[in-house]
Design a protein around this ligand. Structure first.
Ligand code: NAD
Length: 702
């Protein structure tokens, strides 16, 4: 194996090069190599040092897997960079690419930073529920000021090189940063300049410190469930006392955070998102098909958003609707959406034009003959979808992939109708499709590995977070949602109010979703939900009990569709939901009709009745092989349904509660309510995991 870190000499200047693909992450081996090379430099006659990287970026951060190691400590690396900073001979970092986290902390310990103009620098640790652990909270305020440091550390967002120069983080820009850094070090040697050590600098905007710290504390108090906010305030405040005090506060805070459920949850999601992109057992010989052009059928809500998603990624898109009027309407909405982005300053007029130019409308399916991928997004009507699938099977070129965006229909039937089921699958986008991160890729029984691989590769290009689902009612996400909505309606019949349920779901002390089920139902449309339930029931596959989702179905029957009709679970003042006594009366009426006994609901019962059956359904989804792995289920929920990432998704959250506790509660509910409809039957997998005292997140199919 080649060494990940090497020392070479450019005349009198030593150059340490880190080469640890893909992103030069700070693994244990890199840190050891850096130490060895730095000590060799100290033993050498070299007059100065440049720290550089091979590959596509300077160090892009720590190796995040090391954070899960109980023996992990930032102390050895921190001591090493302290020695680098203490060097009497000048040291420069030659940086390019994405210089994040530990990468920026290493660079800030050097006396100078010379950057390629396209470099981005940042401290993104908060996205993993952490604060910087290698003195980022101390050196950054001394280089850039406490105000900028607070902004960068609390947002986690990287900033471009030019801005970093303005803030004093980068000394200067150069197209060839390594020779430029060698030159800068040589000049410093000639000039006999004393090394500029960030840890010894005063905080340049110390007069603002009190205000910044007060703002940091206020942010922490407003969201006590995000524990890193208080640690940011604490580390910055300690740093105003002195570097040593700040160093101690940062180290303690980092270690406290590393152990929190919130940080472990965010790290779980970080890895789960990457794993969800992988297809188990895929042979290396399977290569993705080239995709250059895309077709979309249906210029409605979803079709428009899907077309924008592909245009945003640079794909020419042909979008089809039945009439010129429907097409014009669809294209008009796309244009309006882009114009909104332009007016918010997030896109230039020119970019908008470029994207609009990539989208071409047509009224005949023939226009899709050359498309590499075709996504059908017409009305949710099986007869219509089968008809279109058949036509696409005739029109599409050989090797084209034919996808459906159906939310609820049988993807296998639609795939068969194309006459080429190996080339067909589901691509379930979420609304609004150009904004929502999640894409559930629905693998049909006959979808070929090559086609699945092509689509999973494509999802990366269009910057979606993808998870694969097998074919079943609702796929992963909506199948679990159905259970959650079932319990919502059941509790309403028992006398809970929509506001009571929504409050528990929205409370970060319980779940912390942006919107409770009743508010969400009113927004998505009671009619949309009820139609899905009714069709499912009528198909004979759905639950046959007349009490099933009785409140939702009764609201639909009364024409109370939610926000769009001004009344659903709530009434509306504009978009503001107002508790609706008519809903309570309707729920009571349904309860009497279906002999449901009233009961009082504690917040804890509401929480458990919503989350635990969902987790049970997830266990069934795993047992049936619908999801490849537990993390995929959590990814679906955190990227598609607003489940807080700091909760790690429903399965991770249940693991934290303890699966044995989940099972015990399910059994208790079965006793309380009876189990006539099988709603409280515990999935065998869940019972096994509980009996083993294990975590469901760790389960893998054998
Ligand atoms: P929509 O009613 O907004 O749009 C459907 C469009 O299809 C309309 O413009 C209609 O004119 C067009 N259309 C109908 N028949 C056609 C034909 N024969 N050829 C070409 N175009 C035709 O519906 P939507 O909300 O965009 O939903 C589309 C699909 O996406 C459905 O399968 C739906 O279940 C699914 N979906 C919707 C959402 C959502 O939140 N709206 C989310 C995920 C998936």
């Amino acid at each position: 194996m080649t060494e990940p870190v090497t020392l070479s000499f450019d005349g009198p200047i030593a150059v340490i090069t880190i080469d640890n693909p893909p992103v030069n992450a700070l693994s244990y081996a890199v840190i050891e190599g850096l130490r060895t090379c730095f000590y060799a430099f100290q033993q050498s006659e070299a007059t100065g040092l440049v720290i550089a990287c091979a590959g596509r970026t300077f160090v892009a951060g720590a190796d995040i897997t090391t954070f899960n190691d109980p023996a992990f400590s930032a102390a050895p690396f921190n001591a090493l960079i302290a020695e680098i900073e203490a060097s009497a001979r000048p040291v420069a970092a030659a940086i390019f690419g994405t210089v994040l986290g530990g990468g920026l902390e290493l660079a800030m310990a050097c006396h100078m930073r010379i950057a390629h103009p396209a470099t981005k620098v940042g401290l993104p640790e908060v996205t993993l529920g952490l604060i910087p652990g290698s003195l980022g909270t101390q050196r950054l305020p001394r280089l850039a000021g406490i105000e900028t440091a607070f902004e960068m550390i609390s947002s986690g967002a990287p900033i471009p090189a030019e801005k970093a120069v303005g803030h004093g983080i980068i000394d200067h820009l150069a197209d060839e940063p390594i020779p430029a850094a060698v030159h800068a070090v040589a000049e410093a040697v000639l000039a006999g300049e004393a090394p500029r050590r960030a840890s010894e600098l005063p905080i340049p905007d110390a007069d603002k410190a009190a205000d910044v710290i007060a703002a940091a504390k206020a942010a922490a108090d407003a969201k006590p469930w995000l524990p890193w906010l208080a640690e940011i305030a604490n580390a910055l405040e300690a740093g105003t006392v002195g570097f040593a005090a700040g160093e101690k506060a940062e180290a303690e805070g980092f270690e406290r955070l590393r152990a929190t459920a919130a940080s472990r949850a965010l790290r779980h999601i970080f890895f789960a998102e990457r794993e969800a992109a992988r297809i188990p057992g895929l042979s290396k010989d399977v290569k993705p098909r080239p995709v250059k052009t895309v077709g979309v059928v249906g210029a409605g809500t979803m079709g428009g958003g899907i077309a924008m998603t592909f245009a945003n990624a640079g794909f020419p898109v042909t979008i089809i609707d039945t009439t010129d009027a429907a097409l014009e309407r669809g294209l008009g909405i796309i244009e309006k959406n882009y114009a909104g982005t332009v007016s918010r300053g997030r896109m230039t007029e020119e970019q908008m034009r470029e994207r609009m130019d990539l989208i071409t409308g047509a009224t005949g399916l023939d226009a899709l003959a050359e498309a590499d991928v075709i996504i059908e997004a017409v009305f949710e009507d099986m007869a219509l979808k089968l008809d279109i699938a058949g036509k696409l099977g005739e029109i599409a070129k050989k090797g084209a992939i034919i996808a459906t965006n159906t939310s609820t229909l049988d993807v296998n039937r639609i795939a068969e109708a194309t006459g080429r089921p190996a080339d067909s699958l589901g691509m379930h986008f979420f609304s609004p499709a150009h904004i929502m991160k999640l894409l559930e890729v629905v693998r049909g029984d006959k979808t070929s590995p090559e086609v699945l691989h092509t689509v999973m590769t494509l999802t990366k290009t269009i910057k979606k977070t993808a998870a694969v689902s097998g074919v079943c009612f609702g796929f992963i996400g909506n199948r679990m949602t159905e259970v959650y909505l079932r319990e919502t309606d059941a509790m309403l019949m028992e006398g809970a109010t929509p506001a009571q349920i929504d409050k528990v779901v929205e409370n970060p002390a319980w779940l912390g979703l942006a919107m409770g089920p009743c508010r969400m139902g009113d927004m998505a449309g009671v009619d949309v939900m009820a139609r899905i339930v009714n069709e499912w029931v009528e198909s004979g596959e759905g639950p046959q009990a007349p009490s099933y989702r009785a409140v939702c179905r009764a609201l639909f029957h009364l024409g109370k569709f939610g926000q769009k009709t001004g009344e659903g679970y709530y009434t509306y003042d504009g978009r503001k939901p107002i508790p609706n006594p008519a809903t309570d009366a309707l729920a009571k009426e349904m309860a009497e009709l279906h002999h449901v006994a009233p009961r009082a609901h504690s917040d804890e019962e509401i929480f458990q009745r919503l989350l635990f059956p969902m987790v049970n359904e997830a266990a069934l989804i795993l047992m049936e092989g619908i999801a490849y792995r537990p993390g995929d289920v959590d990814v679906v929920w955190t990227s598609g349904y607003g489940f807080p990432a700091w909760r790690g998704g429903p399965i991770f959250m249940a693991d934290e509660i303890g699966i044995a506790n989940v099972v015990a509660a399910m059994d208790r509910f079965a006793e309380t309510f009876g189990n006539a409809h099988g709603h409280w039957t515990v999935a065998p997998l869940l019972r096994d995991v509980a009996a083993a005292g294990a975590r469901l997140s760790d389960w893998r199919p054998s």
